[in-house]
Write a protein that binds this ligand. Structure first.
Ligand SMILES: [Zn+2]
Ligand SMILES: [Zn+2]
Length: 448
């Protein structure tokens, strides 16, 4: 609107100058009026120009390669000779020149994948060798604060790539706390037709933070730099009857090692992934849907042919996950399987060639409170594995609070409110009564 004012007054300015000149030459007395018009047009032009918005809103680039200049690792120290997975570029469309460049660069540093024990649910943290962090899911909302404290314990303040695999509460519930507590760069989610209340709360939280959502679907690259490649293998389609089949499936490759993280993708999606011709081969498979027999079909398992599998589920969960049928299938295929319900958080480190596996034990309290603590005996370990069981003390757990108060304003909020106070000003309450008794008043926005 203001740019139009500026344009019109600029035109009027020119016309008035001409008018002034012409009437002055012809010695007509109207030249004074023309001169006044010059002045008015000039003032209008200045007002219009000052108020006009900048010409174009610059959209962030679609690919992230090169975007994170501050943390791009310079490497080239080691050449990876084993390139068994190098043909997987089919699944992650990228400039072929770029791929060659990466192959030449070689890799350095370590990639660390943490399969967090969040009880019944999924949450996977991947610390990339270039210093960036990816978080795929964040467990239930009860596990949210535990996920946040685990991340902070790792010294993480920023999630560069946040992936919500699908709208189920055991995957996205805890993500609200993550988005509220940490800096987030890029958010990826599948476009789903089924939604949940918690997912809508998450969308609102993301929007309130001014973040844009990138669509997760087969073929989308997340990162392709510094010897690291990550992108989506699924969902390949849309219109699924079961929300689980919308699951964003991420493949992460570092050097010659690869991880396939399947969310809750079921047999329908697995079939599509096979049919897509994408390279599914991976050393580590995050078993789909908590080890349910809905997933990990024989055909899919053969296509991935993992050495290791991780099942993320809660002890004594009501679904009976993992199903014996799947455990048997993995065992028969010679896959060494780790479980968060019996072994706690599982950490798999890759140096680009070899994998080292460590479990934190089921005493780690990064889990939903509704699950029992079982003994940390490894029910399916092969004793020749390179895993080491660490008895690292559990992170300090903030209480999973029902309400969050603001120490400054003396207002209290639901944990999903878009106007939560900064971490340092928070007071946690177990109940509404407790907050009221402490003299806090309910927030008008979230109406707790
Ligand atoms: Zn799930
Ligand atoms: Zn699900």
């Amino acid at each position: 609107m203001w740019e139009i004012v500026a344009m019109i007054s600029f035109l009027a300015f020119i016309i008035a100058i001409i008018g002034t000149g012409v009437s002055a030459i012809k010695r007509r007395s109207v030249w004074k009026k023309w001169l006044a018009a010059v002045g008015v047009a000039f003032v209008l032009f200045i007002i219009g120009a000052v108020n006009a918005p900048p010409s174009e809103n610059i959209q962030p680039p679609q690919t992230v390669a090169g975007e994170q200049g501050e943390s791009a690792a310079t490497n080239n120290s080691k050449d990876v000779t084993n390139k068994s997975n190098s043909n997987s570029s089919e699944s992650l469309p990228a400039e072929s020149e770029e791929n060659e460049e990466i192959a030449q660069q070689g890799v350095s540093g370590q990639l660390k994948a943490h399969f967090l024990d969040v009880g019944q649910g999924d949450s996977i943290l991947i610390q990339l060798p270039n210093g960036q962090n990816m978080l795929i899911d964040a467990g239930t909302s009860e596990a949210g604060s535990s996920v946040v404290s685990y991340l902070k314990k790792q010294g993480i303040n920023k999630i560069n790539y946040l992936v919500a695999t699908h709208p189920h509460a055991d995957h996205v519930g805890g993500m609200i706390a993550v988005v509220q507590s940490l800096a987030v760069d890029r958010v990826y989610m599948p476009r789903v037709s089924h939604t949940t209340k918690i997912f809508e709360d998450l969308l609102e939280t993301i929007k309130a933070k001014g973040l844009k959502i990138n669509k997760a679907e087969a073929g989308v690259t997340i990162i392709n730099q510094d010897g690291i490649k990550a992108g989506f293998i699924a969902p390949c389609g849309s219109g699924y009857e079961r929300p689980n089949n919308y699951s964003a499936v991420v493949k992460v490759q570092y050097g010659s090692t690869a991880f396939l993280l399947t969310g809750d993708a079921e047999s329908v999606s697995e079939q599509e992934m096979i049919a897509s011709g994408a390279n599914l081969k991976a050393d580590v498979l995050k078993v789909g849907h908590h080890g349910s027999k809905s997933s990990t079909t024989q055909a899919f398992l053969s296509s991935v042919s993992p050495k290791y599998a991780v099942i993320s589920c809660g002890a004594d969960n009501s679904y009976g996950h993992p199903h014996q049928e799947i455990l048997d299938r993995l065992k028969k295929a010679g896959v060494q399987t780790y479980r968060t319900d019996t072994q706690g958080t599982v950490i798999i480190t890759s140096d680009g060639k070899t994998l080292t596996i460590k479990t934190l034990g089921s005493t780690n309290k990064v889990r939903a409170p509704d699950t029992n603590t079982k003994s940390s005996t490894n029910t399916n370990s092969n004793s020749n594995s390179n895993k080491t069981v660490s008895s690292e003390p559990a992170a300090e757990q903030p209480i999973d609070s029902a309400y969050i108060g603001n120490n400054n304003t003396k207002k209290f909020h639901r944990p999903t409110c878009s106007t939560l106070p900064a971490e340092k000003n928070r007071v946690y309450f177990q109940s509404r009564n407790e907050a009221v008794a402490a003299g806090y008043v309910p927030c008008k926005r979230c109406n707790p």
